[in-house]
Design a protein around this ligand. Structure first.
Ligand code: ATP
Ligand code: MG
Length: 1123
């Protein structure tokens, strides 16, 4: 209903209003903010608030037809259709509930729904049968008003279902407890029993009630059920013997045959096959969706719960079986001698079985089917029955047996459900009676049924108007006359004691002479001809004579719900409802307690010649009782409507519904209801609903509700003629006004939702802010504490440092002072000592000689020296110059002396050693000395040469004849004669040569032949080069331009290099007076013919042992690898 434009507003709306279940009136957020939300106390209060809804909320169409605008048939039907399409099958006309049969199960009867409607006001929630049930039950319980719930509508409109819903709702909401529950269960379980015996499948309804039912449920003062009383009206007993096409007999017949065990069937002498029984219409023996077997079990169970004893149940089923079997008795004609027709039973087997079942004497029953005894004035006259009469008798017996059984069942159930206490009871009556019927062929039954409906309509009009009028009076509102059709006139046509149709019928039935249906019609034509609502072909009223649509054997009544044409045939018979006395007597004689009880008139002792009351008068009487009963109660109406003829869901046949609306007089009902004022509502809920529309009433109105409503209506500027103030209610004349109010409310609610949202958000933010603030204070205090703590600790530690410094400084100062004091004391002591010494020395000086000290010193020193030298003499080392021993010094002050003495001693023993040398030895040592000067620490080969004596002539040239030639060629003295290796300049390979050094020359000769290969005067030798390493290579450089130099310098290798180089040096020096240049380098240049080749010494591997290898690398480089 509330079409919100934005999702937000929708959300806020739903959140704020309905979901959180807060009443709008309590939404005074400004005060709530101040005093409410923050305090738990008020939150409790909020939780207790309940939702106040209204019928007007979320309406589809209008929930109450009174509010329909404009009000006409079309809009009425459209509104019903709209609601039906939205699964809203209930609609109100004021307090009347219109119920449309949905023909499918809707989820609107759940326990949750029961709870939803429980204790809620009628107009508070969307229309529902539970709302009406709740209202009725509460006003019964709380206001002590007896209630009746009148459910009307045509066959299949849902009356029986509605009555069950009402009963189950009341059972759900009333008190609980073992005893109460048993009563409830018995009341509820009476339904399946009565439905099995009294309902049948018809063309209109698969579970059509073929009897009228009124049930009084009785309650105690607390509203707990105590028991109930059921009244039944006019069972359609003709169905037992004959059913229209497509319809069935009563359910119980099919249920027994389908559901009873074989054993039970055998006991009842029945067979399972439906087709065996003439009374069972075969064309629709099975009904879709109906499980007869399961229903049979339900019925038996229900009978048990209701309190049927086993033998009673057995008897009931025996009667049912007997009825079924009666239909199989067939007659054949037999002519008698006296010319009278007589009938005879074709096959007596069935009769025999019936008699066995019912305990009737077979001959008695057989006779009852053949003769009829008429007793008049103590005279008994027996006449035979022809075949037709025999069949009539048979069917009459079957119908009577069944209808009496049904009545007995009702009585028996009543016995069970009867309230046990005698205290005053409150009563809720539920009337589920057949609705108005208009068929093609309408007979006595339809007449009776429609009469009943006329009466109900009458009481409806009366009570509705009465209630309306009473309300106006109660509320002090001026009563305006309402135009409506009063059907009392029709009721009068039927029930008037003198001229009513029923009276005419009774009269005809009782009249002596030939009585037929036609004579009855004639009578009607005479008596009722002038009646406005009666029509017939033979009527004296000329206006109907031309009505050819009306057959001769019919009459037509213009009922409040439409015209119905009745076939007069069978009226007399059905009204008489006669059972031949022979049959009732036969039944009474049965050895079967139930059957015996069903036919008390068969007791010959109680023979009553008076005719029993006719069916019509019986019915009239019971209807009158019912009406009387209803008039004493507060009525609640449920008007059932059938949406289609197909028993189908979702189909809404407008024409069919229109017809029902017309004959139920619903529009009339709405008009009556809103003739004066369309809408009324007590002041409190009205103010509650609309108070937000006016500043004075929102959010709280402190004064009386009526005053609030007055203020509200004045404020809204509603014209005065549009409303009236009753004592407790406001009356609104036009639905328009109400809808205007609703629109304003809707608009205002949207605004309020926004406001609530705003306030809520504000509150939320504020709460959040306050929390943050609180947090901030806590954090700040913690922080301040922390920082102060840190500051304090810093100050404390600084103080301690300062203190310790001061203490230290003080202590040191004190220490210094103490030390100073101590030194002063010591100084004083020393001074005193010196002073005393001086004094003493001055005193004793005269006793000492002047130089005694120095003398003593010198003497001591002499003694020490003496001792030193004497000791040294004994400790002297050997005279070997190489002996390193020397005694340790005895005194420190003799250090330098001791060292000097050691040096002098060494020099002395060296001199001594030298003095022993011969000239030869001297020469050798001179050479060695020379070698030392030249090579020590320069050439690695040198240390090895020190121990080798320089022999010079290693080759014995003069002695060895091999060298004779060489000796001859050299006439000078040979200083060195030795084999050397001459290195080949081209490849670095060595060739042995004899090296000779004479006083003036250096010679190289072939080793084998002794031929001189080269001879170089010493003056041409400019330089000798060698490496610093442990090899014997050396180069002899020749003076450039000399003769020998033409072949280039010599590169030689010798095992006695040091000796040869030394001797070459000494010889050159002595001969040329020039020092030979000896170059020690690991890289030097050698002149080979024209080229200068660099000879380079590298660290080589020890592949060839310790022999150095020489390799020519390139033109310029000759590499010598020294291991
Ligand atoms: N409220 C309902 N919800 C669902 N189905 C329903 C409802 N009311 C009625 N029906 C269906 O309609 C069928 C006929 O209803 P019901 O027997 O109550 O009609 P009735 O008015 O008592 O007819 P009759 O006058 O023939 O006894 C039910 O068997 C059921 O299937
Ligand atoms: Mg019914």
């Amino acid at each position: 209903m509330f079409g919100f434009h934005t999702k937000t507003s929708q959300f806020l709306f739903s959140l704020s209003f309905w979901r959180i279940k807060v009443r709008v009136k309590e939404m005074n957020w400004t005060t709530a903010e101040r005093a409410g939300l923050r305090r738990g106390r008020d939150q409790d209060k909020m939780a207790k608030m309940e939702v106040k809804t209204s019928l007007l909320d979320d309406m589809i169409g209008v929930g109450d037809m009174v509010l329909l605008e404009p009000l006409d048939e079309d809009s009425f039907i459209n509104n019903l259709k709209k609601r039906f399409d939205h699964n809203e099958v209930y609609t109100y006309i004021g307090s009347v509930v219109i119920s449309i049969n949905p023909y499918r199960s809707l989820p609107i009867y759940t326990p949750e729904k029961v709870e939803e409607y429980r204790n809620r006001n009628f107009y508070e929630l969307s229309p529902h049968i539970f709302a009406l049930s709740d209202e009725a039950y509460r006003s019964l319980r709380d206001q002590d008003k007896d209630q009746c719930i009148l459910i009307t509508g045509e066959s299949g409109a849902g009356k029986t279902e509605a009555s069950k819903l009402v009963m189950s709702y009341v059972a759900a909401v009333c008190g609980k407890g073992a005893e109460v529950n048993q009563v409830k269960e018995q009341l509820l379980q009476s339904n399946p029993v009565l439905e099995a015996f009294g309902n049948a499948k018809t063309m209109r309804n698969d579970n059509s009630s073929r009897f009228g039912k009124y049930m009084d449920i009785e309650f105690d003062f607390k509203g707990d059920p105590l028991g109930g009383v059921i009244s039944n009206y006019l069972l359609e007993k003709s169905r037992v013997v004959k059913q229209p096409r497509g319809e069935r007999n009563f359910h119980i017949f099919y249920q027994i045959l389908s559901g009873a065990s074989e054993e039970f069937l055998c006991k009842l002498k029945l067979e399972r096959d439906f087709s065996r029984y003439n009374y069972l219409g075969l064309d629709s023996a099975r009904v879709n969706g109906v499980d007869d077997a399961a229903n049979f079990r339900t019925v038996r169970n229900a009978m048990q719960i209701v309190g049927f004893m086993d033998h009673e149940t057995q008897s009931v089923f025996e009667v049912v079986a007997a009825v079924l079997k009666l239909g199989n008795i067939e007659f054949k004609p037999e002519s008698r001698a006296n010319g009278l027709d007589e009938s005879k039973i074709k096959d007596k087997n069935e009769l025999k079985e019936i008699c066995e079942l019912t305990g009737i004497d077979q001959s008695v029953l057989e006779r009852a089917f053949s003769f009829r005894t008429v007793e008049a004035k103590q005279e008994k006259v027996s006449t035979t029955l022809n075949v037709a009469q025999a069949y009539y008798a048979r069917d009459a017996l079957a119908k009577n047996l069944y209808s009496r059984l049904f009545s007995w069942l009702v009585t028996r159930i009543n016995e069970s459900i009867k309230a046990q206490t005698k205290v005053r009871k409150k009563v809720m009556g539920v009337l589920d009676i057949y609705g108005f019927e208009i068929f093609e062929d309408n007979s006595f039954e339809q007449f009776i049924i429609n009469y009943c409906n006329e009466k109900l309509q009458q009481i409806f009009i009366e009570l509705t108007l009465k209630e309306e009028q009473e309300e106006y009076i109660r509320e002090g509102i001026e009563w305006t006359h309402i135009e409506y059709f009063n059907n009392a006139i029709i009721c009068d046509l039927i029930e008037n004691n003198q001229t009513g149709i029923l009276a005419m019928l009774d009269e005809e039935c009782l009249r002596p002479g030939t009585v037929t249906d036609d004579t009855f019609l004639e009578k009607l034509n005479q008596v009722c001809a002038t009646h406005q609502h009666f029509e017939s072909r033979m009527s004296k009223c000329s206006r109907f004579l031309n009505d050819t649509s009306l057959p001769h054997s019919c009459f037509r009544i213009q009922h409040y719900a439409g015209k119905v044409m009745y076939q007069v045939e069978g009226f007399v018979d059905k009204n008489n409802d006669l059972l031949y006395r022979d049959l009732s007597q036969a039944m009474w004689k049965a050895n079967h307690s139930l059957i015996k009880a069903l036919f008390p008139e068969g007791n010959p002792a109680k023979i009553n010649l008076k005719r029993p009351p006719t069916a019509g008068s019986q019915f009239k009487a019971s209807v009158a009782t019912l009406m009387k009963n209803l008039q004493t109660k507060n009525p609640n109406y449920i008007r059932c409507i059938k949406p289609n003829d197909k028993k189908a869901a979702h189909i809404f046949n407008e024409a069919l519904v229109c017809h029902q609306i017309r004959y139920l007089g619903l529009l009339e009902n709405v008009r009556v209801r809103r003739a004066g004022y369309a809408f009324r509502q007590p002041y409190e809920p009205c103010l509650e609903r609309y108070k937000m529309l006016c500043k004075q009433t929102w959010p709280h109105w402190r004064g009386p509700a009526r005053a609030g409503v007055e203020v509200l209506f004045n404020e809204l500027g509603i014209p005065e003629e549009e409303f009236s103030f009753g004592r407790s209610k406001i009356f609104i004349r036009n639905p328009r006004t109400l809808f205007k109010l609703e629109d304003l409310r809707k608009q205002r609610l949207e605004d309020l939702a926004t406001l609530i949202g705003k306030i809520y958000r504000g509150w939320k933010c504020r709460t959040h802010f306050l929390l943050m603030k609180k947090c901030q204070v806590v954090i700040a205090s913690w922080y301040r504490r922390y920082s102060q703590q840190k500051k304090y600790q810093k100050i404390k530690s600084s103080t301690i440092t300062v203190q310790s410094y001061i203490r230290g400084w003080k202590a040191r100062k004190q220490l210094r002072e103490l030390k100073h004091l101590k030194r002063c004391n010591e100084a004083a002591t020393v001074i005193a000592a010196y002073w005393h010494g001086t004094q003493v020395r001055r005193e004793y000086r005269k006793f000492f000689r002047a130089n005694a000290g120095r003398k003593i010193y010198e003497f001591t020193l002499q003694r020490i020296m003496q001792k030193y030298f004497l000791e040294m003499k004994n400790k002297m080392p050997s005279l070997s110059p190489i002996d390193k021993n020397w005694p340790a010094r005895p005194y420190l002050f003799l250090e330098s002396t001791h060292k000097e003495l050691k040096r002098i001693f060494h020099l002395w023993r060296c001199k001594k050693y030298r003095d022993q040398f011969t000239d030869q030895q001297k020469l050798i040592y001179e050479e060695k000395l020379e070698a030392s000067e030249l090579f020590k620490d320069k050439k690695a080969l040198y240390p090895a040469s020190v121990g080798q004596p320089f022999q010079g002539a290693y080759l014995e040239i003069s002695e060895n004849p091999k060298y004779k030639k060489l000796k001859d060629a050299v006439d000078e003295k040979i200083i060195i004669a030795e084999v050397v290796n001459k290195i080949n300049r081209a490849n670095g390979k060595a060739a042995s040569r004899i090296f000779l050094l004479t006083k003036n020359n250096v010679l190289l000769a072939d080793q084998k032949s002794g031929t001189i290969k080269s001879e170089v005067p010493l003056g041409d030798v400019t330089k000798v080069s060698m490496s610093s390493q442990n090899d014997g290579f050396f180069a002899v450089h020749l003076k450039e331009g000399s003769e020998a130099a033409s072949k280039g310098d010599f590169l030689l290798s010798s095992d006695h290099l040091i000796e040869m180089a030394t001797k070459l040096y000494r010889t050159t020096l002595s001969q040329t007076k020039q020092k030979l240049n000896i170059e020690i380098s690991d890289e030097f240049l050698v002149q080979f013919k024209q080229d200068k080749v660099c000879v380079k010494f590298i660290q080589g591997s020890q592949k060839n042992g310790n022999i150095p290898t020489c390799k020519r690398k390139n033109n310029r480089l000759l590499e010598v690898a020294v291991p």
